[in-house]
Design a binder for this molecule. Structure first.
Ligand SMILES: Nc1ncnc2c1ncn2[C@@H]1O[C@H](COP(=O)(O)OP(=O)(O)OP(=O)(O)O)[C@@H](O)[C@H]1O
Ligand SMILES: [Mg+2]
Length: 444
């Protein structure tokens, strides 16, 4: 995190997301401020609260994408939840505290897999020793002469060398693996109580006797099983949990998507649960409270919240004032222009054009897009967004699928090895959808 300066974060996000610089900057600053806070001494540090952010922008301009990339970028526990999924306590749906429980869960997994990496070498050594013992069991040393013990060690060294050289990979050995009887049993709890149900399941699986199952496996397969078991033995789970809870408290990020769906005037009637009620439930969590999870208590004071919403119908000011106050930073995201579309098609590491080129490559076809073809695709997408609903960059996906549908269906074909798309071909292929008013209605 120390090296992850705001500029660096923005640069990394730039690799995947076109434009939207203000939004990128705000999230970068918020993240860095957390690190800065951790450098401060105790009494003052506890006073500094996170800069929670609301990203405001129409659909398909990159709100979720920014958060997704952020998650992989910063090595922090991160969960993304749809605010609309929550309902007031007691109703069908998930209670808001589940997002904190999810966060700890993610944190524990992260911490554990990081430690697994550090013990992997040792685990591999231990696993090979077990295989060796399995292939060539040692004789009881207590009844052996010193000389015999030495001889056994020497033979063993030789065998170990051959094992490591891969001489026994295809031998079949019999191993015992532990398996609990649990997977067969599903615990059904009351709806909305998914976490409790999970807890019951955990409890039961601890109580149930672990069954030993013997399996016949090739050495190379058995090694994988042993490495996993040995790694588990080398990790101190209590410590993992302790550190993971701290990490979630200090570095956790929760992305609250679709926050606009819980803002605004009450839906009159219907089974819809009160939106304001959900906001009131969320409030203490954002404000800072203690949530009990199966890994212990977790304080939410310093968890960073990034909320996002299109706010077409409602406005951020329709949120209850207390909640608004907890999201001091608001960033508006721009609608995407034709020039942006050209960049989105070509620039990001995972650009659509690159994706389709790779897909066709699998069929031994070299696909190229001439510059004017890309321009035309961007122009058509912009036009469709204006004439119909504006769905942002998602339009590019629909345009590209329509454009390439025939080709994708036709392949593989031995006669086709190169494919160059120019402006005219794009126009021809897409004339159906840009001309025909009726047809257009069906493509999103
Ligand atoms: N600025 C951008 N740069 C690159 N790709 C983008 C950009 N904006 C959107 N996309 C692409 O468009 C698709 C939809 O974007 P995303 O999921 O971020 O939309 P959103 O803003 O969260 O919309 P919604 O409000 O509907 O959830 C993704 O595949 C994403 O890669
Ligand atoms: Mg989204």
């Amino acid at each position: 995190m120390k090296e992850l300066t705001p500029k660096k974060i923005v640069r990394e996000l730039d690799k995947y997301i076109v434009g939207q610089t203000p939004a990128k900057k705000s999230v970068a600053i918020a993240l860095r401020n957390r690190w800065r806070r951790q450098q401060i001494d105790k009494p003052l540090r506890e006073e500094i609260s996170p800069n929670n952010i609301i990203l405001i922008g129409s659909t398909g301009v990159g709100k979720t994408e920014i958060s997704r990339r952020l998650a992989t970028l910063v090595n922090a526990p991160f969960v993304k939840v749809e605010a609309s999924k929550f309902t007031e306590v007691g109703y069908v749906g998930r209670d808001v505290e589940s997002m904190i429980r999810d966060l700890v869960e993610v944190s524990v997994k992260q911490e554990k897999s990081e430690r697994e990496k550090t013990v992997l070498d040792q685990a591999r050594i231990n696993a090979d020793e077990r295989i060796l013992e399995n292939l060539f069991p040692k004789s009881d040393t207590s009844v052996m002469s010193e000389e015999a013990i030495e001889r056994q060690e020497r033979t063993r060294d030789k065998l170990r060398k051959r094992l490591l050289a891969g001489d026994y990979e295809n031998r079949i050995i019999k191993i015992e693996t532990k398996s609990s009887a649990m997977p067969l049993m599903q615990v059904m709890g009351p709806i909305g109580m998914d976490d409790i149900t999970g807890n019951i399941q955990d409890m039961l699986s601890n109580v149930m006797p672990k069954q030993n199952k013997s399996q016949r496996l090739k050495v190379e397969e058995a090694r994988e099983v042993f490495i996993k078991e040995e790694a588990e033995k080398l990790i101190d789970m209590d410590d993992v949990i302790k550190v993971a809870v701290q990490r979630a408290e200090q570095n956790g990020i929760i992305f609250l998507d679709e926050i606009d769906k819980i803002a605004g005037a009450e839906n009159s009637g219907g089974p819809d649960v009160s939106r304001e009620g959900v906001q009131r439930d969320i409030l203490p969590i954002v404000e800072g409270c203690t949530v009990s999870t199966k890994y212990g208590q977790l304080k939410t004071d310093h968890v960073l919240f990034i909320a996002a919403g299109a706010f077409h119908v409602s406005k951020p000011s329709d949120l209850i004032p207390e909640l608004q106050g907890r999201f001091p930073i608001r960033v508006e995201m721009n609608n995407l222009s034709k020039a942006d579309f050209v960049k989105i098609l070509t620039k990001p590491k995972n650009a659509l054009i690159t994706q389709y080129m790779a897909l066709l490559k699998a069929e031994q076809v070299e696909l190229t897009f001439l510059k004017d073809a890309i321009n035309e695709i961007a122009a058509i997408a912009t036009e469709l967004n204006e004439k119909m609903e504006n769905i942002g960059a998602r339009r590019l996906h629909t345009v590209m699928t329509s454009l390439l549908e025939d080709i994708l269906f036709q392949l593989p074909d031995k006669k086709i090895t190169v494919m160059k798309l120019d402006k005219k071909m794009v126009q021809e292929k897409l004339s159906d959808i840009s001309d025909d008013e009726d047809l257009r209605r069906y493509i999103l």
